[in-house]
Design a protein around this ligand. Structure first.
Ligand code: MG
Length: 407
């Protein structure tokens, strides 16, 4: 097997850097993107100048303002960031077909298969950095290493605007003194457990047997054991963003009962939000489709200013659209569907709330319960009704007849 060469690229202070490109008078100033100082919400990005005041992304805006009263606060425009992100990935895909989108401004690239075109991977990575900076106009930090974990850690060393490479044989020296939280396998909980054991740095993990880590953290213990030694066999995951996601149901018999129709709609919204969460997508457009007994199909859609991912938010819009749609008709329905379109990976910065208030945390918790106990373990009142109505029907498993994913 050829030795792997993985490159991690991360735009420095992305949103703030784009704001400076749009308004060069902001250059050199502490720029905080996410909202105005008096607004609710948190900073989504801050420039390196703002970081010198102790401002960090994720910090409430009021706190940012207290630390940096002369900071330039901007709400941000995610449509512009998206356009820059698209250009960024276009440049990356020119360098290699193996690209994983980690976020709007962060990617893993693998050069392993490109040996014929790049006599030196190191030089190719440096050239890529120069090219992104020239073509996009922002600075990037680039890390290179034999795998993803190390490449990302290398980027941490390269920040801001630098290049850092971890070669084979250098892993131990690079890892030893880093905090354990630098490993992706060590979340806040594992970190707390390790802290109790007086283990703070990665080098201290080397003394723990694999079995001990497994006993402490389950299968995650294996990840920690391997990652702490600089080992990581995860391949790159390249997937493109879908244009829209939809879920629809054709009924066994035409339905007229509005309450039952809404129950179906709730179930579809639930399935839809599950798909959105899996891809970390938010929808700007919610669309509802109804097909009547006479096969006539009608669609209503709404543009929502703050993009949605959560079940409650999407259902609320879908219900209004649906009731609006069927208000003028006395016909029974053959089909109902819901679609999320104009999808984005980030929510507009102005709408970021402190992490604990984000609805996706609830969604994540629901997913965990369902992974363990099945989809039916967590249902809304409307969905339970659907479940009850079809409980006695032998064709129950057939209720969600079609589910389509449009790319
Ligand atoms: Mg970044």
């Amino acid at each position: 097997m050829p030795r792997r060469y993985v490159v991690h690229v991360d735009i420095d202070a992305f949103f703030a850097a784009v704001e400076v490109l749009l308004d060069p008078s902001l250059a050199g100033k502490p720029v905080i993107v996410g909202g105005l100082p008096h607004e609710r919400g948190v900073a989504s990005t801050c420039s390196y100048e703002a970081r010198e005041f102790g401002v960090r992304s994720g910090m409430p805006l009021r706190e940012c303002h207290r630390l940096c009263p002369r900071g330039v606060f901007v709400r941000g425009n995610y449509h512009v960031y998206e356009a820059f992100s698209e250009r960024f990935f276009r440049v990356l895909r020119d360098a290699t077909p193996d690209v994983e989108e980690a976020s709007l401004d962060e990617a893993y690239l693998e050069f392993t298969r490109c040996g014929r075109i790049y006599p030196s991977f190191t030089e190719a990575a440096r050239e890529l950095k120069r090219r992104v900076e020239r073509e996009i106009g922002v600075t990037v930090s680039v890390g290179a290493a034999p795998n993803k974990v190390l490449a990302k850690l290398a980027t941490g060393r390269a920040k801001p605007a630098g290049f850092f490479e971890i070669r084979e044989g250098e892993e131990a020296a690079c890892l030893r003194d880093l905090g354990v939280e630098a490993l992706p396998g060590v979340g806040p909980k594992a970190q707390a457990v390790l802290r109790l054991m007086n283990i703070h740095r990665i080098g201290q993990l080397w003394g723990l047997p694999r079995a001990t880590l497994r006993a402490l953290f389950g299968s995650g213990g294996d990840d920690i054991y391997l990652q702490s030694r600089g080992l990581d066999s995860r391949p790159l995951v390249s997937r493109t963003l879908p244009k829209s996601v939809s879920r629809e149901t054709t009924f066994l018999e035409d339905l007229w009962d509005r309450r039952l129709l809404l129950a179906h709609l709730a179930y579809l919204c639930d399935r839809l939000t599950l798909a959105l969460r899996e891809d970390r997508l938010y929808a700007h457009v919610i669309e509802v489709k109804a097909r009547y007994a006479d096969f006539k199909t009608e669609i209503k859609r709404r543009l929502v200013l703050s993009p949605l991912q959560d079940m409650a938010g999407i259902y609320k819009v879908a219900e209004e659209l649906f009731l609006d749609l069927v208000a003028g008709s006395r016909l029974a329905l053959r089909l109902v569907g819901v679609k999320a379109a104009d999808l984005v990976r980030v929510r507009p910065p102005a709408l970021f709330e402190p992490y604990s208030e984000r609805p996706e945390r609830l969604g994540g918790a629901i997913d965990k319960v369902r992974d363990k106990y099945g989809f039916g373990a967590v249902l809304t009142a409307r969905e339970r009704m659907l479940d009850a109505v079809y409980a006695a029907d032998p064709r129950r498993g057939y209720v969600l007849k079609t589910a389509s994913l449009t790319k």
